[in-house]
Design a protein around this ligand. Structure first.
Ligand code: BGC
Length: 354
């Protein structure tokens, strides 16, 4: 064995003790990990990207972090570049779950493992693992909050409700909507909850690209067509914070009735501010640090050839296979517990949300 190779191996062994699996093998150099994020437009993906980069670097990897501006073609070419430039593992939060086929074909040819990050990549064999928060549980937390806040089992009602869901191209969006709808369905069927607009299927209430402006204009139309006569909307079930913000904006200018219960997800800064100002009742906290740590652990396990931690091997079928998944637990958040979960945990400072 050549001296250079031996030195490489010794260095690698030494590094392996201190870092996870950052060493590329004989010859030295760090293993490179590609991290593909959908957009910088939404607060959470910036945090996800930052956390992933920080943690992967701390574990000894080189990181190629890219944001795709919510443009599928951009994400495809960024992922292909990651493969061409020698990334050993890909971590991808898909813009459109079913549109990454050609990049995943290439990853498979080059034997580059793929972890779907937060959003499942659909219709491809080449997705090795999936790490996310329990998406159905996010919806259940929202639905259960509404059920309890209105005391639906005991109150006479009826109450008026509207729904705003997420992007049809994001596999998560259906899980969020169904999780919430399944809790509320019996009350809709019994007439205790009345969907005044009549729009209660996922297709009718979806918001392409999760855009605040799109959610806002749909809410404005619903308000002017159904609530201008003084009818109150008691609940607006929103799947996440960016869409909740749109509904909150619409209510501010197009509604004079009693302010509704509004749900959300992510604990974005703007929405935490709105919770503190009583403009949003709750959100669901998905600590992006927890997800990043889990994914970094998975990357290390893959590169070391170890068994990869998963806790769900039945629920996430991407149309080609059931993808072994790790589901982190989402946490209910409102203005009563935000200090503990958001401030004391170091996620935000008070200044961030005041
Ligand atoms: C994520 C949510 C996020 C939404 C919009 C979903 O896939 O799970 O946390 O609010 O995308 O970016």
């Amino acid at each position: 064995m050549k001296a250079k190779k031996v030195l490489g191996l010794v260095l690698c062994a030494a590094l392996a003790i201190t870092s996870l699996a950052g060493c590329a093998g004989a010859g030295g150099g760090k293993n490179k990990v590609g991290v593909s994020m959908p957009t910088k437009d939404l607060q959470r993906w910036n945090q996800d990207g930052d956390n992933m980069k920080k943690e992967l670097e701390a574990a000894g990897y080189e990181v190629d972090l890219q944001y795709a501006n919510n443009d599928v073609a951009t994400q495809l070419s960024q992922v292909e570049n990651m493969i061409n430039s020698g990334c050993k593992v890909l971590v991808i939060a898909a813009i459109e779950g079913s549109s990454l086929g050609s990049a995943l074909d290439k990853a498979q040819q080059k034997k580059v493992p793929v972890i779907a990050y937060d959003r499942l990549i659909m219709d491809h064999e080449g997705v090795d693992y999936y790490a996310t928060f329990d998406n159905y549980m996010v919806g259940t937390i929202q639905g259960t909050y509404v059920k309890d806040a209105l005391d639906l089992d005991n109150a006479a009602g009826p109450f008026n409700i509207e729904f705003t869901a997420g992007d049809p191209g994001d596999n998560n969006a259906g899980y969020f909507f169904n999780g919430a709808y399944d809790v509320l369905k019996p009350y809709i069927e019994s007439g205790k909850l009345n969907v005044v607009s009549g729009q209660n299927t996922f297709e009718q209430v979806a918001t392409p690209s999760w855009k605040t402006e799109t959610a806002q204009s749909r809410a404005e139309t619903i308000l002017s067509s159904n609530y201008a006569d003084g009818t109150n909307v008691d609940v607006w079930l929103c799947s996440n914070d960016s869409t909740a913000l749109g509904v909150e904006n619409a209510l501010a200018t197009n509604y004079n009735g009693t302010y509704p219960i509004i749900t959300g997800q992510d604990c974005d800064k703007a929405n935490v501010k709105n919770m503190l100002a009583d403009k949003q009742a709750m959100s669901v906290f998905k600590d992006t640090r927890t997800l990043a740590s889990q994914v970094v652990k998975m990357v290390g396990q893959i590169l070391k050839g170890e068994t990869v931690d998963v806790n769900n091997t039945s629920d996430y079928n991407n149309g080609k296979k059931v993808v072994p998944s790790f589901l982190c637990e989402p946490v209910f958040a409102n203005k009563d517990n935000y200090k503990k979960i958001l401030i004391d945990s170091g996620y935000y400072t008070e200044a961030d949300i005041s």
